[in-house]
Design a protein. Structure first.
Length: 113
């Protein structure tokens, strides 16, 4: 039996690029904006402290996964609100901030994305 499908009418889904420069530029813009969020007890920003663990960019919502320097950080609410506000100034849609149960290691401070 022979295949009679016309190759001109066959369409395949486009393959997404391995590296999305626009997406990476948005991630870096968010990280740059988050440098304004400073841990008041340590005096360093959340990016330098390596508290931002993941940025999940979406078309209608973005999620930022982060940790705190201590489990019972008295500034947690304020810092989460600032992270959300700074990220929303970049992406112009709602940003959800999720706290992870991961423990912060001071040796990670200074490591950049």
């Amino acid at each position: 039996m022979t295949d009679t499908a016309d190759p001109a009418t066959t369409t395949e889904a486009p393959v997404p690029p391995l590296f999305d420069a626009e997406r990476r530029a948005t991630e870096l813009a968010i990280l740059d904006a988050l440098r304004a969020v400073v841990d008041p007890e340590i005096g360093m920003n959340v990016v330098e402290l390596a508290l931002i663990k993941q940025i999940l960019l979406g078309t209608n919502e973005t999620e930022i996964k982060m940790i705190l320097t201590t489990p019972f950080c008295p500034y947690a609410g304020s810092m989460i609100a600032q992270v959300q506000e700074q990220a929303e100034s970049v992406v112009e849609h709602p940003v959800k901030v999720t706290l992870l149960a991961e423990r912060w290691d001071p040796r990670d401070a200074g490591l950049m994305w």
